[in-house]
Design a protein around this ligand. Structure first.
Ligand code: AMP
Length: 273
C-alpha cells in the first residue's frame, strides 16, 4: 500500500482514503462517491479491526463479505482496496496503542472500554500506510469523527478529515452493517431509534430548549418499544460530547444487536414534519 501511495504522490495525484470494516452498504458508498469527486485516487480500506471490539462474540459475528465488497468498490471506480490481515496489523509483540483523551472518554468511550483506543490505533496505522490528503468519515459515528479529528491534530497526521451525512432507510433507520443481524421483528423495533431522534427534533423545532423536556421526548419512543434496551440516550454538546447540548446521541440494544445513531436537533430530521 505504501509503495502504491508513494508512486501516486510522486506523480502529483491526490489521495482520498475511506476507512471501513467492509460489509459495505450505501452509507459507505456515499463516502466513496464524495472521495472520488474530491481526489484523483481513492483507497478504501476494509479491515475488521479486532482491537476495537469488546467481546470476542461481537467481533466473531461481525458481517463479512469480501467478494461482494470488492465487486461494489470496483463498480464505484476506486483505485485500491486495502485489506490488511490482522496478523500483519498486529504481529506477535505488537504493544503500541494510541489513546485519545477528552472527547474519547464519555458515551461510547465509557460504554465500550478500549474501543476508541482501537479506532485511534488503526486510523494512525492506516494513515501511515496510505498517507491520504483527505480521509472520509460518516456523521453516523459522530463521536468517532471528533476522536479522529483530535487524533489528527494531536499527532500531526496531515490528512484533512471530511464528514459525510448519515444515509438512512426510508423509515429513518441509519444504514449499518450490524442491521444484517436484525430479524424482521427486531428490524421493526430498530425504527424506534430514528423515531426518537425525529420526535426530539420536532420538539426542538417548536422552540423547546428545556433539556429535560427534550430528553423526555427522546426517551419516549425507546421506552415504548419492548425490544429496545437503552444503553444511553443523551443530549450533548456536538464538540465536546459532554452534557448539555443539542446533539442527541443514542446507543440502544435491539435483542443482541447494539445500534447507535445521532442527530443535531437544530437540523431537520427526515420525515420530521
Ligand atoms: P464502518 O464500516 O461501520 O466502520 O463504517 C465505515 C465508515 O462509514 C465510518 O466512517 C462510518 O461513520 C461510515 N458510515 C457507516 N454507516 C453510515 C451511514 N449510514 N451513513 C453514512 N456513513 C456511514
Amino acid at each position: 500500500m505504501r509503495h502504491a501511495s508513494r508512486r501516486w504522490r510522486a506523480d502529483g495525484e491526490e489521495i482520498g482514503l475511506v476507512p471501513t470494516m467492509g460489509a459495505l452498504h450505501a452509507g459507505h458508498l456515499s463516502l466513496v462517491d464524495r472521495a472520488r469527486r474530491e481526489n484523483s485516487k481513492v483507497v478504501v480500506s476494509a479491515f475488521v479491526n479486532p482491537i476495537q471490539f469488546g467481546s470476542g462474540a461481537d467481533f466473531a459475528r461481525y458481517p463479512r463479505d469480501p467478494d461482494r465488497d470488492a465487486r461494489l468498490l470496483l463498480e464505484a471506480g476506486v483505485d485500491a482496496i486495502y485489506r490488511p490481515v490482522a496478523e500483519s496489523m498486529y504481529p506477535p509483540g505488537s504493544s503500541t496503542r494510541v489513546r485519545v483523551g477528552g472527547v474519547a472518554e464519555p458515551l461510547e468511550g465509557a460504554a465500550r472500554p478500549g474501543h476508541f483506543e482501537g479506532v485511534a490505533t488503526v486510523v494512525t496505522k492506516l494513515f501511515a500506510a496510505v498517507a491520504p490528503d483527505r480521509a472520509y468519515f460518516g456523521q453516523k459515528d459522530a463521536q468517532q469523527v471528533a476522536v479522529v479529528r483530535r487524533l489528527g491534530l494531536d499527532l500531526d497526521l496531515g490528512a484533512e478529515i471530511r464528514v459525510c451525512p448519515t444515509v438512512r432507510e426510508p423509515d429513518g433507520l441509519a444504514l449499518s452493517s450490524r442491521n444484517a443481524h436484525l430479524d424482521p421483528r427486531e428490524r421493526q423495533a430498530a425504527a424506534s431509534l430514528s423515531a426518537a431522534l425525529r420526535a426530539a427534533a420536532r420538539q426542538y423545532a417548536t422552540g423547546e430548549r428545556d433539556q429535560a423536556a427534550l430528553r423526555e421526548r427522546l426517551l419516549a419512543p425507546l421506552e415504548a418499544e419492548p425490544l429496545a434496551r437503552i444503553d444511553y440516550a443523551e443530549l450533548v454538546d456536538p464538540e465536546t460530547f459532554q452534557a448539555l447540548g443539542r446533539l442527541a446521541v443514542l446507543a440502544v440494544w435491539i435483542g443482541n444487536t447494539r445500534l447507535i445513531d445521532n442527530h443535531d436537533l437544530a437540523e431537520t430530521f427526515p420525515g420530521q414534519s
